[in-house]
Unconditional design. Sequence first.
Length: 398
Amino acid sequence: MKIVDARVVLTSPGRNFVTLKVETDEGVTGLGDATLNGRELAVVGYLRDHVVPLLLGTDPHRIEDTWQSLYRGAYWRRGPVTMAAIAAVDVALWDIKAKVAGLPLYQLLGGASRERVRTYGHASGRDLPELFDSIRARLAEGYPAIRVQTGVPGLKRVYGVGHDAASDGARPVVEDWDTGAYLRSLPGVFDAVRQEFGPELVLLHDAHHRLTPIQAARLGKDLEPYDLFWLEDCTPAENQDGLRLVRRHTTTPLAIGEVFNTVFDYQTLVGEQLIDYVRSAVTHFGGVSPLRKLFDFAAQHQIKSAIHGPEDISPVGMAAAIHLDLAIHNFGIQEYAGHTALTHEVFPHAYTFTDGYLHPGEAPGLGVELDEELACAHPYEPAYLPVNRLQDGTIHDW
């Protein structure tokens, strides 16, 4: 079997998605997700100009060799653009291999380690009444765990609260930020949520990298009475040494890694057990092959998986995550923000969401198809994540 064609499909059925479609001389096709929110065209160019020509004529079954060739052969290693492109190839080849075997992908990864995949959903509100309504809506949808985000007194707009219309297509939206107001208000929010919904509801929170290590340590300690499942991205994760300080001062579980691209980003955090959950996405970590290796590394230190699952991971990337979730032993939880109805039409899929749990289905391969005609009817639309500035105008982590 040989690869005879590989092409990139860029579509925007609600969010921009970059999809690689690989075809073989035996008529078997595979899909891979290469979406990189806000930098989609950079990955498109990397794939079309640098990766696709290397795939033609190669054996799609040689997944590990192809991965190593793309990673090591370029000389310039790592980085989100490179790893998103490699991820698309890796996932597409796994899709082909599983289709040839006539099995769903999770069977090739060792089979199921559980019956279904637990998820968490997103709830947010500008104030407590709006937040409570959002939590009730997620509960009605069946989510067993809920990420809570809320407005901050004095700030007009906070990322992760309400709709994230991040740009007008030309420039990012600028949001203001006040760390002190955030740190003062958040414990009261969780106190109110616990009083309203009780102690059994599984709660999570995302700090979106905005805090210094000492601020993150304070927040983790202040949130301990509310028994969070985790505090996510409490401080910029590139500063791995900073997590030592956070860990010393709080027992609130920590989740980090959605902006990481390789295992090297995790060496200190996992080796010293400074975190409890690894958050990387299949789409941004180079695919199924390296993420499975990361989870094996994490398991040696009693750290669990928590694959990134926002709306800008396509159903192709989501399906790959669900297959991994079902197969690995040290599964923790799966983020599931869902997609628009139109996205589901562009990417019809076998995976299901029932009563707060996901299952990849039993279709061979990933179980996802691509309606190229419908995809092309919804072309790329420039979009960016927002930019945060302090009240004096200084750029800040978002």
